[in-house]
Structure formats: C-alpha cells, structure tokens
Design a protein around this ligand. Structure first.
Ligand code: EPZ
Length: 436
C-alpha cells in the first residue's frame, strides 16, 4: 500500500509538517506535463455522504492531502470503518455510534460541518462543534442550520457546539438560501435525500462539486434533479445503499497550474482536468494575452510568450471567476502591464497574500474588497508566511518568478489542498524544495 504523506493528525497538524518550509529559487520556466488530482472539495462531501448508508462506499481519485486525513479521522470517530489504499478510500458506516464532530477536528477543518446533515439524517441527532473563526472570514454556518430546521431538526447551541435532533425524523421543505453557500447546499442535499417527501433547494450553489456529490448520492439510490443548477429537487427515500464513485478533477488545482505555466513564461500541459470547469479563468487568461489550447477532452496547454495585459477580475459563485483562484490570479497580475482591479465578493478578508506579495516587491493597494495591482513589478525573493490554503499557492507562484530565493513558512496550509506540490512542480522544472 503506498505510503500516506501524512499520519492521521493527533491535533489536526502532524507535528513534522507544522515546521515545514518551502525554499524556491525563481526564474525557471515550467515545461512539461502535470496531471491534476481529484478535487478536495468534492472528496470532502463525498466522504461525509458515506455516513448515509450502512453499506460500503468506495471512492476513487481521493487526493492525499491533510484535509482528507482530517475527514477520515472524523469518520472513524463516528464509528465508521475507513480503509485507505492510495487514492481509493472504502468507508463502511455500518453503525454510527458517535454522531459527533469534536472541536479538536473541526477547528482544523471547517468543512467538518459537512457531517452535520448526514448525521442528523442517518441517526436523528448530531453534535458538531461550531467551526469558529477562519483566516479568510467569519464563515458562519447559519444558513446550514436554518435549512436543517426547515427540514424538521431542532437546533440548540451550547458550549461551542451545535446540538441537532429530529425526534420525528426529517421531512421535505422548500429551502431558499439568502445567499449562495457551497457546503450549505451540500449539507442540506445530504439531509434531504433521507427526509420524508420532497425538498426543493432554491438559490443553490452550482459548483461542479455539488453536481459530483449528487451523482454519488444518485448511485446510492437518492432521487435528485437539478444538481448543478440553482434549483435542486430531492424526493426522499427510506434508505440508501453502497456505491462506487470516482471524484471529479480539482479545478482549483488545475487553474493554479495554468497560472504557474503563464507566470513563469513556460509551456505546460495540464492533464486530467475538465476544461469547462475553468471557463471563467481561461477567458480572463486569454484576455491577458496567455495562450491556452484545448489539446484534448481533459487537457490544456498553456504558454505566455509575450507581454501580459492587466485584466480586471471580480470573484463570483460558479460559473463566475472562482474566489479560490483570486490569490493566484493576483500573483499573475503583478507581472502584467498596467493596472488591474481585483474585487473579492465572496469572503471579507481574502487579501492576506497581497501583504506578502508586497514584501516581494509587488505594487498593490488594498481598499476594502478591492485590490489595485500595478505591474509589471520585478519580484525579489523574500522570507514570507503562508496564511491560508490559496494564499500559499499565490506565494509559490510569485516565488517561481521572483529573482533570488524565497522561503515560505507554514506550508502546512498548502499541504491541506495540494498533494506533494513541490515534487510535482520539480518535475516540470521548478527549483523548489521542502525543508523541515
Ligand atoms: C466552499 O466553502 C469551499 N470549501 C471553499 O474552498 C470556497 O472558497 C467556498 O466554498 C466558496 O466557493 C469547500 O468546499 C470544502 P460558502 P464554504 O458557504 O462552503 C457565507 C478552499 O480553498 N456563508 O459558499 O464554506 C460565507 O461566510 C476553500 O478549498 C454564510 O454567511 O463557502 C461566505 O462569505 C476555502 N452563512 C459565503 O457565504 C452560511 O451558513 C460563501 O461561503 C454559509 C456561508
């Protein structure tokens, strides 16, 4: 069995990786082929969905990243049997003995709240720690809770925990989200599949990961229509059965690699991706003068030989420009001619990477939800600190084009969502190594 990169976390962060750093020497164009892994943000709800049946569920193309290990640990703590073989995970929740998500796990991964809906639907109750703060924003789960109450759950909050119970089981409802929430849509979809009667979710998230979850649930026997659109209809069924499913490719990882090929002026083939999941990014990159060619149904070739143009971006829910690619795009715009305006509409504090980019020589001005980037700037290597998953990716991209050496601290943030990123970038010519 292939060696896992991370041992199951004691407190969420395996000690050795807490101190890890990346040392990157910039200037090398990335050339060659880089394959995209399965999507972390699809694997997480899929793993939570395994709690909905006592039969085994087999999931393929699960990335070996820290957030997945945290979710595996959480599933085991509920009583499920979890077997990992490389990128395949087999979950058998024959009996859910402890419908809980404890604080020590939730504090390291807020997506743990994805077990709330499945636990309530399967056992009639759940005790899930409130996620608490996060680097990129408050990120409350009030919309998850309001939807669960509409499905018949009684919700109490005490000692930092959500206590949910359904003495009479869940029943269908019309749920209209005040604002679009990805894991809120996924949480309630997983609750609704076992609720009695019909549930309609309006203003639902349309992310591909929602549609992927619905595909798994349908294989398990759920009756769902409209996943991937803003209105999802669910007809509840009494029980679900086991299934086997392969997770979709990670569009954020694929987008990160496209930007890596562009910012280093390389020539990169990004394979095993879904180009249509990246259409907003591809459109912006092409406007900026990046050449992107669809070389096959699941591969994109990126190169950027000429000058880059500054192009404004506003992050939006899918199919708009993904907030999870905003930090990476900002790194690219530091190399473009002129002024670009980057507006972040999803999270209230998602510009921390800008402060570190400025230390590398970027010319950025922050005004509330907007970042004004003037380029091109000759970035220089510096000692920088990663603050969250996608900010870390932005710093790696900047370091790949900066002159001299950059040391990025707290790379456990990047290990949450990118599997063996330094090895994969080395294989296409990057000068990057991990030091402990
Ligand atoms: C998912 O987070 C992703 N995580 C995030 O990716 C991604 O950035 C985000 O969607 C937006 O696309 C996973 O899928 C595991 P939201 P989620 O609920 O579901 C507010 C990464 O880098 N909101 O769509 O938590 C919220 O504060 C991560 O992989 C409420 O107010 O995001 C935010 O401003 C980072 N109340 C907005 O909605 C709620 O009950 C969108 O959040 C829920 C959300």
């Amino acid at each position: 069995m292939p060696k896992r990169v991370f041992a199951p976390p004691e407190d969420g962060f395996p000690k050795r990786s807490r101190m890890d750093k990346f040392v990157i020497r910039g200037g090398a164009p990335l050339r060659g082929e880089i394959a995209v892994n399965g999507a972390k943000n699809s694997a997480l709800p899929a793993l939570a969905a395994c709690l909905l049946t006592e039969e085994p569920v087999i999931l393929h193309r699960i990335p070996d990243v820290r957030d997945i290990v945290t979710m595996e640990t959480l599933l085991r703590s509920t009583g499920a049997n979890v077997e990992v073989d490389g990128h395949t995970i087999r979950v058998e929740a024959r009996e859910v003995v402890r419908p809980e998500a404890p604080y020590e796990l939730v504090k390291t991964m807020r997506a743990s709240s994805l077990v709330l809906g499945p636990l309530v639907a399967r056992t009639g109750r759940a005790r899930v720690s409130l996620p608490g703060g996060c680097a990129i924003g408050a990120r409350p789960i009030n919309l998850h809770l309001a939807g669960l109450e509409q499905l018949g759950a009684r919700i109490r909050q005490e000692h930092g925990y959500i206590e949910a119970e359904t003495p009479n089981g869940l029943h269908g409802a019309l749920i209209t989200f005040d604002r679009i929430t990805v894991t809120g849509t996924e949480d309630l979809l997983m609750a609704a599949v076992l609720a009695e009667g019909e549930t309609v979710i309006e203003n639902a998230a349309q992310e591909p990961e929602v549609a992927d979850l619905a595909e798994l649930l349908t294989k398990m026997g759920a009756q769902i229509e409209g996943a991937g659109t803003s209105t999802i209809r669910v007809r509840g069924v009494p029980r679900l059965h086991g299934a086997e499913h392969t997770i979709i490719p990670d569009r954020i990882e694929a987008g990160t690699f496209l930007i890596a090929g562009a910012i280093t002026r390389g020539d990169l083939l990004v394979t095993r991706c879904v180009p249509e999941h990246l259409s907003a990014l591809i459109s912006k990159l092409r406007q900026a003068g990046v050449r992107i060619e669809e070389t096959g149904p699941d591969s994109l070739r990126v190169c950027a030989p000429g000058k880059l143009r500054s192009i404004d971006v506003t992050t939006e829910e899918y199919p708009g420009f993904a907030t999870d690619l905003q930090a990476q795009y900002m790194a690219l715009m530091t190399q473009a001619q002129g002024i670009s305006l980057i507006t972040e509409t999803i999270f209230e504090n998602r510009f921390m990477h800008a402060l570190e980019l400025m230390r590398m020589g970027a010319n950025i001005r922050l005004e509330g939800r907007q970042a004004i980037v003037a380029g091109p700037s000759q970035l220089t290597g510096a000692a920088v600190i990663a603050s969250d998953l996608r900010a870390s990716a932005s710093l790696v991209l900047a370091a790949l084009v900066a002159s001299g050496e950059t040391v990025i601290d707290r790379v456990y943030h990047i290990d949450r969502g990118y599997e063996k990123i330094e090895e994969r970038l080395q294989q296409v010519g990057a000068s990057i190594r991990r030091i402990r």
